[in-house]
Write a protein that binds this ligand. Structure first.
Ligand SMILES: CC(C)(COP(=O)(O)OP(=O)(O)OC[C@H]1O[C@@H](n2cnc3c(N)ncnc32)[C@H](O)[C@@H]1OP(=O)(O)O)[C@@H](O)C(=O)NCCC(=O)NCCS
Length: 186
């Protein structure tokens, strides 16, 4: 468990941010937040999620593998960062195939997909950075790096770069990205 005290920029109240490993009890809130961002259009300035949603069963498998971190602000659910190596999800299967093309950018073990989302109430508080840092420390026990794909219509690429992701390739629609879990500054 990783606790940090931050002060929200817009509201002058103390904020306790806690990052911990996701549990089965968190799955319903993760599903709700995932649904919220999946329903957003590509015009949403805060970003969006795309593709086939993770099911409850798939999320429980990810929890069992300890491949999900969750954030809490003053004990309210505030976001998650997950890895999916199981590839039971159709989109993950697609990422896994796509990763083959980029395998030369990686050494060691690579997880083919990550997903991050912050609750709309807690955007802009640096939670994604803390989630990424904390998840990196945990997930590097299992992988050397993570591959993922970001839509160019999603406004969050600059934040991902700030959080430690690197762009390894791009086409008209997508950035193909890597998170090196052994790099010092992530
Ligand atoms: C993507 C998402 C998780 C980012 O979370 P956030 O709350 O908006 O961003 P944060 O406040 O955590 O910002 C992360 C870091 O980027 C920095 N940042 C903010 N705007 C930035 C910009 N334009 N350029 C570079 N860095 C920027 C922040 O300062 C912060 O760093 P710090 O903690 O060192 O100050 C969140 O917007 C989200 O859930 N969006 C909807 C779902 C989604 O799009 N997921 C990603 C799919 S690819």
């Amino acid at each position: 468990m990783n606790t940090d005290l931050r002060r929200a920029n817009s509201q002058n109240f103390p904020v306790e941010l806690t990052i911990s490993s996701g549990t089965a009890e968190d799955v319903d809130q993760i599903l709700k937040l995932q649904k919220y961002w999946l329903q957003k259009t590509r015009a949403c300035k805060q970003g969006f999620l795309f593709g086939c949603p993770f099911s409850q069963k798939q999320l429980l498998s990810i929890v069992r593998k300890a491949e999900i971190s969750v954030a809490w602000v003053n004990q309210n659910f505030a976001g998650f960062f997950l890895l999916d190596s199981l590839a039971e999800n159709v989109l993950t299967q697609d990422y896994k195939e796509r990763l083959q093309k980029y395998r030369h950018h990686f050494t060691g073990t690579v997880c083919p997909r990550a997903q991050i989302a912050v609750h709309p109430k807690y955007l802009g508080m640096g939670i994604s950075k803390r989630l990424t840092q904390s998840s990196t420390a945990t997930f590097k026990k299992s992988y050397d790096a993570v591959f993922s794909i970001v839509s160019k219509q999603n406004n969050n690429m600059s934040k991902h770069l700030h959080n430690g992701w690197e762009i390894i390739d791009e086409d008209d629609e997508m950035y193909y990205v890597k998170l090196d879990l052994n790099k010092k500054n992530t």
